[in-house]
Ligand binder design. Sequence first.
Ligand code: FNR
Length: 355
Amino acid sequence: MDQIVNVNEFQELAKRALPKMYYDYYSGGAEDQHTLKENVAAFTRIMFRPRVLVDVSKIDMSTSILGYPISAPIMIAPTGSHMFAHPEGETVTAKAAAACNTIMMVSCMSSCTLEEVASSCNAVRFLQLYVFERRDVTAKVVKRAEKAGYKAIVLTVDVPKLGRREADIKNKMIAPKLRNFEGLFSTQVKPSDGSGIEAFASRALDASLKWKDMEWLRSITKLPILIKGILTREDALKAVEAGVDGIVVSNHGARQLDYSPATITVVHVVKGRIPVLLDGGVRRGTDVFKALALGAQAVLIGRPVVYGLAAKGEDGVKKVIEMLKNEFELTMALSGCPTISDITRNHVRTEDERL
Ligand code: FNR
């Protein structure tokens, strides 16, 4: 472990630890994977405007999201099927989240049930939700999340249909066991020629979901609602109008619509009226700082967390989060920002501001 010095190194370790089908599932993006590369590359085009002679002898990275304190603005993104990476699945990831004092968004497509994750440790958890054609099933899952102490619902809205992930199609990726839905509706899909995940998604997800349905979701839960998958100012405004409690600027880790913009290039257009989180390509503490400078309150980490889980279990996930926190702390010091509220738009320079 001591030999691992940055988050990117976990990818190679995960590749060695995992069967090819599972590694491809975790690492892949949609079609040409252009957005997959852009999510990372776009961060490299933003430079700093560091300020000097500021007292940075004490750095405070702490912040809070929906009123829940976290040690740094770095949270765990919802990703499906952690048992492909570790036999104890999401319960392990949740323990790492608790140890790092951060929030875990648990995918409803988790390998462990949402109750099992809840009882494994005291991590603050939000439930990531897809809306299924079977609305009764969706409503039951929301009720279970409330009962199990989840603190918010994160509704993912960028998957009316599954993006074309060509590696999964080639590998005939198996449909994972979705234990949250056992006994509620059949999650078994017939063996298909392509991706088993796609076969399940096209059967189960509700592609007719629309803004009006936010009223329905609001009516079935008192929990705060975040919408994940916003990429334009227009939709951010609609989210505000719909009365949601926050948004996640996300292109689903480039797994849905290829040639969607890199999230860091659009996060500024939605700043303002409600909390904004960002995910996609965050691999360095400098990326976290850039996201905050451009308008995010916190970032979510997707692939590096599952790579850490696959390579080194709970310690791997902890190391991923801790390395990002350490890098972020150093970035704050070297930019002259002792607290989160000191980070401003003036601390970064985008490409069009170069001259
Ligand atoms: C995801 N993502 C995702 N999002 C979601 O809302 N529900 C889900 O079940 C999943 N599942 C999932 C599985 C895998 C293997 C990946 C890589 C991603 C998207 C995820 O929440 C997040 O938006 C991206 O992963 C962020 O990008 P990075 O950090 O992976 O670059």
